[in-house]
Design a protein around this ligand. Structure first.
Ligand SMILES: [Zn+2]
Length: 461
């Protein structure tokens, strides 16, 4: 890949950012996390932002920057994070995690920068800073811009909600732009339009007041593990639908147009099976594998224990059995309501011969950006301009709790414009981010601003 001196300079700056070990989970790196916050502050000032503040929280600081042109123009709020995951296990890295190097791979023939945070999320945050710098320099920016870059995303964004609640006025905007996800491939860009929510539950089944001899008592007493298995088995029917009354009541059926667009995403079913070593897939009747893991809710046992699990045999009827169960939720399911319905159903299924306790651990709301919103349309036009291919909408199977939080507190949708690939090893050893992806990001972001300003202008006329 032939690079201009400007591009070379961008890579050098990005690498300087990656050298700072801003590991938010480890208190030994607190000063480095702060150093990374200062680095972002300076980079935003260098890009032309007029005000950039470093705001302290009880945890790591939030960097807030602004470039305001005119209150009558639309406003874009960019969110990202400058903290990174711990690099462990360090011995599996082929080059040190905080000494970035450029290497080529099969998927990145033009080279990729290898370092912790290369993609998630320092590389993607830096794309936004470089894009802003370019737009300010050539006066092509026709929106106001705000940046909110936090240092606690990898540890649960503990202090972000409080900051957002206390600064609703300051953060007021028309759209939130986030690059902290990926796209399908370098040939087929995609926009993440939805995320699943979560309800995490635990069941404890208690039987006799102690572990019993299975010869003396077996057959006459309910075995808590058997009962727990019976309850769990009844939580799904033979079509692999979740058997909890009311569970599907608020599930938003996705439009056939969007379903058809998502169906265009290339998916290799046998490659998928091979990659995880299974002979066949399984899931809810009437939906494809991709749909089952993105637009449909689920119920899965995450852990189950009780009784004797040591070496050899011990004939025992255990006094207790436990299971942890998670449900992935889709718009517009409400995790608190689902947790309540789950509890009622488990209690209803429990026989009198045992007692059952259900606890809710935590949850999160699902999220969706409909494809007929101006934000989505602007992103669609931006990718089409730069890649020469129309992007496809894609629903993520996981959860990013801050995105529904932004919608709740600020009343604004987010556009998840990710440029990484699933194979970039984020959170794993040898994380990397392709130079192709980095520069495509820097080219696509200004197009988004351009189209968003255009579409908002047309709407307001
Ligand atoms: Zn991230």
């Amino acid at each position: 890949m032939k690079m201009t001196s400007e591009q070379q300079q961008s890579i050098e700056e990005w690498m300087d950012f990656l050298k700072i070990p801003s590991i938010s989970a480890d208190s030994n790196f607190k000063a480095d996390v702060r150093r990374a916050a200062h680095w972002v502050q300076q980079a935003l000032l260098d890009s032309g932002c007029t005000t950039v503040d470093l705001i302290d929280t009880p945890g790591h600081p939030i960097v807030y920057g602004e470039y305001l042109i005119d209150p009558k123009l639309p406003t874009v709020l960019v969110y990202g994070h400058y903290d990174v995951q711990p690099p462990d296990p360090v011995e599996l890295w082929k080059s040190p995690p905080f000494e970035p190097v450029i290497k080529s791979t099969e998927l990145h023939p033009d080279g990729a920068v290898f370092a912790r945070g290369a993609c998630d999320d320092k590389g993607q945050v830096f794309m936004h800073i470089k894009a802003l710098q370019k737009m300010i320099a050539d006066q092509s920016l026709h929106t106001n811009v705000k940046f909110m870059v936090e240092g606690e995303e990898e540890v649960g964004s503990d202090h972000l909600e409080d900051f957002v609640k206390k600064n609703k006025e300051k953060l007021q905007c028309d759209i939130i732009l986030i690059s902290d996800t990926g796209m399908i491939s370098n040939e087929q860009p995609s926009i993440t339009t939805g995320l699943r929510g979560l309800s995490y539950m635990e069941i404890t089944v208690t039987g006799p007041n102690r572990d019993l001899h299975s010869g003396l008592y077996g057959g006459a007493v309910a075995n808590p593990i058997n009962v727990l298995c019976e309850i769990i088995a009844q939580l799904q029917n033979e079509k692999h639908q979740v058997n909890i009354p009311g569970f599907y009541d608020k599930v938003q059926e996705i439009s056939s147009e969007e379903r058809a667009l998502m169906g265009r995403i290339p998916f290799d079913e046998s490659g998928f099976k091979n990659s995880i070593g299974i002979n066949d897939t399984r899931g809810e009747a009437g939906y494809s594998t991709e749909e089952r893991r993105s637009i449909r809710p689920t119920l899965d046992v995450n852990g189950i224990w009780g009784g004797y699990t040591g070496e050899g045999a011990k004939t025992v009827i255990p006094g207790e059995a436990h299971a942890k169960i998670s449900m992935r939720l889709v718009p517009d399911q409400d995790w608190e309501e689902i947790s309540r319905l789950f509890t009622q159903q488990v209690e209803a299924l429990a026989p009198k011969s045992v007692s059952v306790k259900v606890t809710t651990h935590h949850g999160g709301y699902p999220y969706v950006t409909p494809i007929d919103t101006l934000g989505y349309q602007a992103a669609h036009a931006a990718y089409s301009d730069v890649f020469g291919v129309a992007p496809v909408p894609h629903r993520g199977g996981g959860s990013i709790p801050i995105v529904p939080m932004f919608e709740k507190e600020l009343g604004v949708k987010s556009i998840l414009m990710g440029f990484g690939l699933d194979t970039d090893a984020i959170h794993s050893p040898n994380e990397h981010f392709g130079l192709f992806n980095f520069f495509k990001g820097i080219a696509t972001i200004p197009k988004f601003y351009h189209h968003f300003a255009r579409l908002m202008g047309a709407k307001n006329q």
